[in-house]
Design a binder for this molecule. Sequence first.
Ligand code: CP
Ligand code: NVA
Length: 330
Amino acid sequence: MVNLRGRSFLTLKDFTAREIIYLLDLAAEYKDKKKKGIAHDTLRGKNIALIFEKTSTRTRCSFEVAAHDLGMGTTYLDPSGSQIGKKESIADTARVLGRMFEGIEYRGFEQSIVEELAKHAGVPVWNGLTNEYHPTQMLADMLTIREHFGHLEGIKLTYMGDARYNMGNSLMIACAKLGMHFTACTSKEYFPDITLVTQCMEYAKQSGATITLTEDVDAGTKGANVIYTDVWVSMGEPESVWAERIRKLSPYKVTKDVMKNAGKNAIFLHCLPAFHDLKTKIGKEQGEKYNFTELEVTDEVFESKQSLVFDEAENRMHTIKAVIAATLGA
Ligand code: CP
Ligand code: NVA
């Protein structure tokens, strides 16, 4: 019997395949209840803190709606409105919030910060994205893939773009744990860190997963079940990296040809937000500066039937609800 009560959720490295599947099953149950209008406010009277040192739409809304559905209260601490990191250390913040809240979500910079928070809080801490990992996103992605294909084992997932940051790292870990075939298809400077690759190779030995790193778009995307990408410049990275990213990663844009090479049954996923057109402030500014109209994915692919990005976004809420409920013992 899986029991995650009292555990923090900082990276999927800390969880077994069985525990991850348990969370996916629980999320599916909550999704079913939500669709049928069956109340599940079993955590009434509890409260959680949501610390966001970087901005968010999906993750924040998912935590707030999930907590509300479970009967809980939430307090949102925005990127500028608290003492965190400026007048008060993470260890002190953790000990204060741990006295008031039953759980704490943290989105921010280094993974070491969320680890430090978890060490001192005395209550479960959930990683809502760090530079290195985005574990709640993984549960939504895996649920979406499982809903579509009916299983996870043996699924071939190809990640294109910046594979050495939170999304590439986390997808490699998730695939390695769950017996999936992970390919990072990108320029070699953007391959995941070798230490993490080695660690994932160990997980893969247990699960039957494989890990491939390639610069070859044709070989890397052929027959893939899932083509995945993310923005080329992540939150918190300096403006100065744009030119190099566009130069190095443009060959790894997800296009109609990439999807065709993967096959007609392949799906497209993206954690969002995405630069698939110029209808955003940053997209427009950068598009004018570097002369592009779409970046990591073409608008055609983003809007196609193969794109399940909005099912994926919805699943953020159901899976985050499962994490809160399992770790707080709903
Ligand atoms: N995918 C994701 O984490 O989205 P937000 O940045 O909007 O939370
Ligand atoms: N790599 C992106 C993910 C956003 C959900 C970032 O860190 O900005």
